[in-house]
Write a protein that binds this ligand. Structure first.
Ligand SMILES: *Cc1c(COP(=O)(O)O)cnc(C)c1O
Length: 354
């Protein structure tokens, strides 16, 4: 499919790298493709970033048929623009699409459009160490209709946002609140997809945790309120007696992170045992009691590795590794970012040049 390009006549003034934050600024252009039942995906185009019109009856506002992805483009040490494992994200977008009754996207078209958009916006990739250009692909249902059914029309977008270094003062461990009062995802549901509703459902518990002084919520399984699942927008790993343990993906309640997958591969290669298994929150606390809970960290595109310094489960508060980042967490962070910024050879085929 031809991708037409309409360039902006009013390029924006770019923000300074030190005022970026996360998701506050958007580049000059966006990639858009439309879908109509019977016609398929059509009119792939790069156009100026900006508002578009839909009616108040637009289905996505009412029934939440919406999916998204999150990935990053970086300038490597030689000044080339690169993306980290973009096809893993594109494939995951299609897995989310299937579950939400959204038509499958053509993976090649998505990548071509993304690449073309990134080429056009290359000057928007910030240069300071730790910064990147966040890529947000998403699909929304656009029928103007109030009956509950899958939409017959959709829009696919890719928008770009320059984002700041996640850790301005080094990797600061976060405080995590373990909730057994609220649940995020149940078996048979949509926990494994990046769909809007999963985030709407998480806000109330996250706000409650914030009021108590915690950064994010650690979710337990919905059936028994017993097994650790994931954290906000991160997967979570526990290093117990030398072994890295993380929740398995087979229950369909956890988002299979690209960072999670990368960490598992690198950790195994570095000689650590990794177990994808059910781990009860009681076992985590018992390990702490026995002096065997060595490190806890979250993994996700935004922070890469986020060390956890404190856990609170029913007011039982434990401190991990004296509230400092652990050695393995640090090593994994260093390896992944070295591959991303081209300081370490990419023998995994994870880096795609733009
Ligand atoms: C996006 C996300 C993750 C992390 O996935 P990455 O591909 O590593 O960025 C983990 N959990 C949830 C709920 C997420 O939305």
């Amino acid at each position: 499919m031809e991708i037409r390009v309409v360039r902006t006549k009013q390029p924006k003034v770019k923000p300074n790298d030190n005022e970026l934050g996360f998701g506050q600024y958007f580049t000059d252009h966006m990639f858009v493709v439309d879908y109509k039942e019977g016609k398929g995906w059509y009119d792939a185009r790069i156009v100026p970033y900006g508002p578009f019109e839909v009616e108040p009856s637009c289905m996505v506002f009412h029934y939440g048929q919406a999916i998204f992805e999150g990935m990053k483009a970086y300038l490597n040490k030689d000044g080339e623009a690169v993306a980290f494992r973009p096809f893993s994200n594109i494939k995951r977008l299609n897995r989310s699409a299937e579950r939400l009754c959204i038509p499958q996207l053509d993976e090649e078209l998505v990548w071509e459009g993304m690449k073309k958009l990134l080429e056009l916006e290359k000057d928007w990739i910030p240069k300071t160490e730790g910064t990147s250009l966040y890529i947000r692909p998403f699909v929304i249902a656009t029928d103007h209709h109030l009956g509950v059914r899958p939409s017959h029309t959709y829009k696919f977008f890719v928008i770009l946002s320059p984002v700041g270094a996640y850790y301005k003062e080094g990797l600061q461990p976060v405080k995590i609140y373990v909730t057994d009062k609220y649940i995020r995802a149940a078996e048979g549901g949509v926990g494994f997809t990046k769909t809007a509703g999963n985030y709407a459902v998480s806000l109330y518990a996250a706000e409650e945790a914030k009021r108590k002084g915690y950064t994010q919520v650690l979710w337990l399984d919905a059936k028994e309120n017993k097994y650790v699942e994931e954290v906000g927008t991160m997967n979570i790993f526990f290093k117990i007696n030398g072994v890295l343990v993380t929740a398995p993906l087979d229950s369909g309640t956890i988002l299979g992170g690209v960072t999670r997958d990368s960490v598992i591969e690198l950790a195994k290669e570095m000689g650590y045992a990794v177990e994808e298994r059910h781990l009860s929150i009681q076992e985590v606390y018992d390990a702490h009691e026995a002096g065997e809970l060595e490190e806890v960290f979250g993994t996700g595109t935004a922070a890469v590795i986020s060390p956890v310094g404190v856990l609170n489960w029913n007011d039982r508060i434990i401190e991990i590794n004296e509230g400092r980042m652990g050695d393995v967490s640090q090593k994994l962070y260093d390896r992944i970012t070295a591959i991303q910024y081209g300081k370490e050879e990419d023998k995994y085929g994870w880096i795609e040049k733009i």
